[in-house]
Design a protein around this ligand. Structure first.
Ligand code: EPU
Length: 418
């Protein structure tokens, strides 16, 4: 298993390009199932989760070709296998996103239940309830969700809670359903909007994306299209938090500030100076950041996917911060590892109290999930001495060339192949 070795204490400085968004690319690749035409997806990040998704789609009979400009061309004309096997689903929960499209286009899907996960239970009951309301017959046997339907019917669905992939799955299913579907209490995340725009380019009739109420008029067929994936707002936020924590100055290109206002507000509160244009963000920080409180919640509030990175920033900040995680019930696994680096953190239920420490010192730490790893990398960039972040495969799931990008910003970081 690879590790990242970081010699900390250097402020980040320089410019890099932000990649396409993982959590937009994954559902958009699944949207390829909905058409017999060809879907060209551009700005696809080169990540392990994307490779896993392409493996799954290929196993189903999807024709996949890649071009040298991060473009993926998909054709589901000859899709013959409607199964998402446990071996793939257990490594990537986003595989559940094939359920809605398979059912809508082929009337049948068998998708493994994802099982537990390092950040919480993460059930998929909202996906299942919504598809059942649209007329699907769903049974669970041998660990698999088995769904069948003649043609899905449009329906008014009110989610019990805000779910990103739940909204995406039902939006894709409803695009080919008979009649009108209204999704209320829908996720407003920018990745949902990006998917809706791709579906509309394919001929879907979706309005209201980006609000809590999405309206989908089902159509009989969808066609091919070309779509460019939005920039990754969490990658953007991660680099900004790293620059703020190290007291550096960075310019991010292909980045959109309007997608992460809650994060930018917090960085300003922490003392960073931020400027932006339509496709760039510059952050300048000096010395230690100030502590900032944050409470995670669905978009447009502060994202759960930035909680670990801000926990690292708060660990070295001036003052005491309170951070509350409301989206996932078990997303504080990085706390014990940050404590190993010298952070002072107490956890009570879903709240962490972080007393900014004067300095962290390097140690070997182990990551449990993608964003936890990003938090540990930020802590390692600030810590004195050498930090080794084990289990880099978590980072490879969601950060494209992270060590190359950080090296470009002046960090002393290298990958060690164990
Ligand atoms: N939930 C249910 N029932 C459901 C669906 C969700 O109870 O049927 C609960 C979950 O257990 C959780 C909450 O609702 O407590 C929100 O979960 P959501 O469904 O929104 O999460 P997700 O769609 O599985 C996506 C991202 C995550 C991100 C969350 C929250 C993708 C592929 N994944 O997950 O990204 O943290 O939304 O914003 O879009 C990551 O990139 O590191 C990551 C984990």
């Amino acid at each position: 298993m690879d590790s990242l070795v970081i010699d900390g204490g250097i402020p980040l400085n320089g410019e890099i390009r932000v990649s396409g968004a993982k959590n937009a690319a994954l559902p958009i690749l699944c949207a390829g199932i909905l058409t017999a035409g060809s879907l060209q997806v551009r700005n696809v990040p080169h990540l392990r989760d994307v490779t896993t998704m392409l493996t799954l789609l290929t196993q189903m009979g999807m024709e996949v070709s890649l071009d040298e400009h991060l473009g993926v061309c998909l054709s589901a004309a000859a899709l013959h296998n409607r199964v998402a096997p446990y071996e793939l689903v257990k490594t990537m929960r986003a595989s559940i996103l094939v359920l809605g499209p398979l059912l809508a286009r082929f009337g049948e899907a068998r998708v493994s239940l994802p099982g537990g996960c390092a950040i919480g239970l993460r059930p998929v009951d909202q996906h299942i309830k919504g598809l059942e309301a649209m007329g699907a017959t769903i049974s669970i046997d041998s660990g698999y969700i088995h769904a069948r339907a003649e043609r899905l019917r449009g329906q008014h669905i009110v989610f019990d809670l805000v779910t990103v992939t739940g909204t995406e799955n039902l939006m894709m299913a409803a695009a080919l359903a008979d009649g009108l579907t209204l999704l209320d209490n829908a996720a407003r995340e920018p990745e949902v909007v990006d998917l809706a725009e791709c579906l509309n380019a394919m001929g879907a009739r979706i309005t209201g994306q980006g609000t809590g109420s999405i309206r989908i008029e089902g159509v009989a067929n969808l066609g091919g299209a070309s779509h460019r994936v939005m920039p990754d707002r969490i990658e953007t936020g991660t680099f900004l938090a790293a620059a703020a924590a190290t007291g550096g100055e960075i310019l991010l290109k292909d980045a959109r500030v309007d997608l992460l206002e809650a994060v930018v507000d917090k960085l300003r509160e922490a003392g960073a100076f931020i400027e932006s244009g339509p496709d760039w963000i510059r952050l300048r920080a000096q010395g230690r950041p100030r502590s900032v409180n944050a409470r995670t919640a669905p978009y447009p509030a502060f994202p759960t996917d930035m909680q670990a990175q801000f926990m690292a920033l708060n660990s070295v900040a001036l003052g005491t911060a309170v951070m509350t995680e409301t989206v996932f019930e078990n997303r504080f696994m990085h706390v014990q590892e940050l404590i190993r680096l010298g952070a002072e953190i107490e956890v009570e239920g879903n709240t962490a109290i972080i007393r900014g420490a004067g300095g962290l010192s390097g140690a070997t730490v182990m990551a449990t999930d993608l964003r936890a790893s990003a938090g540990l990398v930020i802590a390692g960039l600030v810590a004195a001495g050498t930090t080794v972040v084990d289990r880099v495969y978590h980072l490879d799931r969601g950060y494209e060339c992270i060590e190359e990008k950080l090296s470009k910003l002046g960090a002393r970081i290298r990958r060690q192949r164990n």
